[in-house]
Design a protein around this ligand. Structure first.
Ligand SMILES: Nc1ncnc2c1ncn2[C@@H]1O[C@H](COP(=O)(O)OP(=O)(O)O)[C@@H](O)[C@H]1O
Ligand SMILES: [Mg+2]
Length: 253
């Protein structure tokens, strides 16, 4: 692995809840991510995936354990919903976020906003308001907006799970091609097994709450990937085994 830019060392997280009780959400999380890696964090709902990203971005503190990661102003974040400003054009949405980030930066931005719009296939849409774009395009704007701040790492929390399956497939291919070109460091949270395996250089599998790392599996397969590739199939079998999905329960594929 290249030089790690993220290291979790025995991170635990509990929340204080009603009645003086505490809810443990993450248990003894240790892993590292190398510069330029695309890591998927895969786990069932409630396993603490969003909490893990919140800790990684400095939004929340671990209850115990150590963490080494880029500082909050070097991070780009993409959420399940695009969260664009509806009264601003696409280009203005990127510009406002960039301006907010420009202050604390040591180096000026390397590329123009137009480059990020072009990379997202949105060159013709800079002057459009978000409401005029499809859900998939809005999500691409939110990815372009995050990348335009030239972050040291990009955190993505189920960015395609609110899209219909055909749109989600196109957006996954778009993100894959973008990563192949740019090799940005990405931490991508999902509960979708095939999404994780089709995109990531490695997959961290979390247990049900409290989330523990069941395994961190490298996916050594060329893009574009296919389930018929034995390397991909081996990861798929391993993940399904870890998540307790038996062969008879996989019929939906
Ligand atoms: N601020 C909070 N206070 C109390 N409980 C929380 C808080 N944030 C998350 N939780 C609980 O922690 C668990 C994990 O949440 P989350 O990280 O959102 O899981 P995931 O993203 O994997 O679905 C859930 O049971 C959730 O209700
Ligand atoms: Mg979540």
């Amino acid at each position: 692995m290249s030089e790690p830019i993220i290291t979790f060392d025995s991170v635990c997280k509990s929340f204080d809840i009603a009645g003086g009780d505490s809810l443990q959400v993450l248990d003894d999380i240790s892993f590292s991510v190398g510069d330029g890696e695309f890591v998927a964090v895969l786990g069932p709902s409630g396993s603490g995936k969003s909490t893990l990203l919140n800790i990684l971005s400095g939004l929340q503190n671990p209850t115990s354990g150590l963490l080494d990661a880029p500082s909050p102003d070097e991070i780009g974040f993409v959420f399940q919903r695009a969260r664009l400003l509806p009264w601003r054009t696409v280009e203005q949405n990127l510009a406002i976020t960039r301006a907010a980030r420009a202050e604390g930066r040591r180096n000026p931005f390397q590329r123009d906003i137009a480059d990020y719009l072009a990379a997202a296939g949105l060159s013709d849409y800079g002057g459009f308001y978000p409401a005029a774009l499809s859900g998939g395009m809005q999500q691409r704007v939110s990815i372009a907006r995050a990348l335009a701040t030239e972050p040291a790492m990009l955190l993505m929390d189920e960015p395609f799970s609110a899209l219909d399956e055909m749109t989600a497939r196109k957006q996954r291919a778009f993100l894959r091609d973008l990563w192949l070109k740019r090799r940005s460091t990405i931490v991508f949270v999902t509960h979708n097994v095939m999404e994780a395996i089709s995109l990531a250089t490695s997959v961290i599998v979390l247990s049900a709450r409290p989330g523990r790392v069941l395994d961190h599996i490298a996916v050594d397969a060329e893009h574009p990937r296919s389930l018929t590739d034995p390397a991909v199939e081996a990861v798929y079998e391993r993940v399904m085994g870890l998540l307790g999905v038996g062969e008879r329960d996989r019929a939906a594929l």
